[in-house]
Design a protein around this ligand. Structure first.
Ligand SMILES: Nc1ncnc2c1ncn2[C@@H]1O[C@H](COP(=O)(O)OP(=O)(O)OP(=O)(O)O)[C@@H](O)[C@H]1O
Length: 246
């Protein structure tokens, strides 16, 4: 297994956000995390990015215990996360934003003439909408900013790419293009962790699906084993009963 989490737990005061979550993630797959609001998805994403630290549990990378605690350690181990909130440096150029942190990461500065090409190549892998490299990132619409943070993740060639509700702001062409990039990266051997609310995306993209409910993993299964209605029922039995009259 490329990545395993074992009984990961996280509390915020009285609130148990994750209550002993265990999932085995395979290289070369798109693995979707499904769950209602408050089920613990964002907490899991933050734990796998080094933004918050677990209260208990372990992680294994390629079968070896991984004890990273800070974002830099996760990045060095090949993790990249695109968060729900678009995190850009508004006064820096698009090019700078795409390459943000990368120079330090590889312990060597990218030569000036290579920077532009590297940033352009990362965007060209999926952005249908043209994004100028020289303007301040903050001057662009939200959809373009989302493309920039995606390019920042892609340029690192991550082994584990975590996408937390990233396609909502994108128009149809860019969204479809991001999906085809996800398939391509998985085919190249990366693990894609995909967080979405949209059942059509879940059914068309996922290789495997884990469902979180109240901080617990209720199932991890291959796509196709359950129908959308069954997945919804596992996510939220109450809501499913009302919606589906079952
Ligand atoms: N910083 C925090 N302080 C206190 N409680 C928190 C904090 N972050 C999350 N929680 C709580 O932990 C639980 C899990 O939240 P989490 O954000 O992980 O769920 P989620 O499935 O990602 O929800 P959403 O879809 O709304 O993002 C919720 O009850 C939430 O209110």
């Amino acid at each position: 297994m490329m990545l395993e989490i074992h009984t990961l737990s996280k509390r915020y005061g009285e609130t148990v956000a994750l209550a002993g979550a265990s999932i085995a993630f395979r290289a070369g797959t798109i693995h979707t995390i499904l769950g209602e609001n408050g089920s613990g998805k964002s907490t899991l994403v933050k734990l796998l990015s080094g933004i918050v630290q677990p209260d208990g549990g372990t992680m294994l990378l390629d079968g070896t215990p991984f004890s990273g605690r800070r974002p830099a350690e996760f990045q060095a181990a090949g993790f990249a996360t695109v968060f729900q909130e678009v995190l850009i440096a508004p006064d820096r150029s698009v090019e700078d934003n795409i390459l943000l942190g990368l120079d330090g990461l590889v312990h060597r500065r990218i030569p000036r003439d290579r920077r532009r090409q590297t940033a352009a190549d990362a965007l060209a892998r999926f952005a249908v909408t043209p994004v100028p490299l020289d303007v301040k990132a903050g001057s662009l619409p939200l959809a373009a900013q989302q493309l920039i943070v995606l390019a920042r993740a892609v340029v690192r060639r991550p082994r584990v790419l975590i996408l937390d509700e990233v396609t909502a702001a994108l128009d149809y062409a860019d969204r479809e293009s991001v999906f085809s990039l996800m398939r391509q990266l998985a085919a190249e051997g990366s693990l894609l962790l995909f967080i979405t609310h949209r059942m059509d995306e879940v059914m068309s993209l996922s290789d495997r699906i884990s469902i979180l409910r109240s901080g617990k993993v209720v199932t991890t299964e291959e796509r196709g084993l359950s129908t959308p209605a069954e997945l919804l029922k596992a996510m939220a039995p109450q809501t499913a009963a009302e919606l589906l009259h079952v």
